[in-house]
Design a protein around this ligand. Sequence first.
Ligand code: ZN
Length: 148
Amino acid sequence: MVSNATRRLIRQRAKSLCEYCHSPEYLSPDRFTIDHLLPQSLGGSNDEINLALACHRCNTRHYNFTTAIDPLTQVTSPLYHPRQQLWGDHFIWTADGLRILGITSIGRATCHRLDLNDDFHDEGAIVDARWFWVQGGWHPPIDDPKEV
Ligand SMILES: [Zn+2]
């Protein structure tokens, strides 16, 4: 059980962005969830070092996975770890701000496992939502690297 104080800390630390897809919580109808980096089912703790803010979409797809196939090399790679790695070292936004590109094996494997661009679910709507956020000037986050 994660305490309310820890939840507040996780939310502030993440600047209210999903730590995987960088969706802003304030544009979501639901409060984001607290994701366990090492799943509880595999012995992961409720310590803040094992926790990340995640939207429902990413948390559901993260499930209890810690690895995925890098679609470029077909090699199994660990998933992106927000406590140990920097988002911008593994991902960039396309110039139009609609899609996340994995620029490392970890980035590509995470894009694939978490389906960060609706490539694997016909009913995905995240790319559509981003289009509206870009029109509103709310997205992508100002400090995120972008394709040039
Ligand atoms: Zn997300």
